[in-house]
Ligand binder design. Structure first.
Ligand code: DGL
Length: 269
């Protein structure tokens, strides 16, 4: 059984491209649509109500484009809005939080795990909760790193500003953990800088690969296999130039179809 409809992926900006790339590597036969809500990034400083309203608007938009499965490639929206999305959308919805937590539990040797994310994700306590459910007794240290999101959006991922910012946020975690969850999909863009600051002995967990495995399982289990991938279509809610520049550098290919859309003006959620 097969299903040619695309898989939809959304984030507040460029961060979800880390997840899109992993999905395309794992499932080259799948068509994909990507939405970056660039007019309203960052989500991570906003209230759960606002994040859920934005997530519903993004999810509905992609559902209207005829997707067969939605990937919430944003930890903030996964922490706050997964249930709301599942309640209104008639398609499977996959988040990034559980897959990331599972990978961290597999990776840790000492049971001491760090989590970095947006202010909203860290305040929600969703990671410690998911980790404790998977393995009670783990020691979890959390830290919000809000400046990483604008650095990633700007493409400043490996210069001295990125390094000093990372040093300031991460130095207090350095000797306390052996595994660090990059609990925001923007953060893998700064992966090399974060690894340099944390040292080679700390395993960095990015939920992209694990999420792609979860998507693969869902697609196979539900008989939704695609019939040919091709280049993704991209939608953004603000002018595409910067998204395109950062995206092309990160994905190492031209972003051919980037469309500027409007979201939310008539949203009643
Ligand atoms: N990349 C998103 C996340 O994983 C959101 C970042 C933001 O918009 O603040 O949390």
């Amino acid at each position: 059984m097969s299903d040619p409809r695309p898989i939809g992926v959304f984030d507040s900006g460029v961060g979800g491209l880390t997840v899109l790339r992993a999905i395309r590597e794992a499932l080259p036969e799948e068509a994909t649509l990507y939405l970056g809500d660039t007019a309203r990034v960052p989500y991570g400083t906003k209230s759960p109500e606002t994040v859920t309203r934005f997530a519903l608007e993004s999810g509905r938009f992609l559902a209207e484009q005829g997707i067969k499965l939605l990937v919430v490639a944003c930890n903030t929206a996964s922490a706050m809005s997964l249930e709301a999305l599942r309640a209104v959308l008639p398609i499977p919805v996959v988040g990034v939080l559980e897959p990331g937590a599972r990978a961290a539990v597999r990776a840790t040797r000492t049971g001491r795990i760090g989590v970095i994310g947006t202010e909203a994700t860290i305040a929600s306590g969703a990671y410690p909760q998911a980790l404790q459910t998977l393995r009670p007794g783990l020691e979890v240290v959390s830290r919000a790193c809000p400046l990483f999101v604008p650095l990633a959006e700007e493409g400043w991922t490996d210069n001295e500003v990125a390094y000093l910012t990372a040093e300031r946020y991460l130095a207090p975690l350095r000797d306390r953990i052996d595994t660090l969850i990059l609990g925001c999909t923007h953060y893998p863009l700064l992966r090399d800088t974060i690894q340099k600051v944390m040292g080679a002995g700390v395993a960095l967990i990015d939920s992209a690969r694990e999420t792609a495995i979860e998507v693969t399982t869902q697609v196979r289990r539900q008989g939704l296999r695609g019939q040919g991938g091709g280049t993704p279509r991209y939608y953004v809610t603000d002018a595409p130039a910067r998204f395109r520049a950062v995206g092309e550098r990160f994905l190492d290919e031209p972003l051919e179809h980037v469309e500027w859309i409007r979201l939310g003006e008539d949203d009643a959620a």
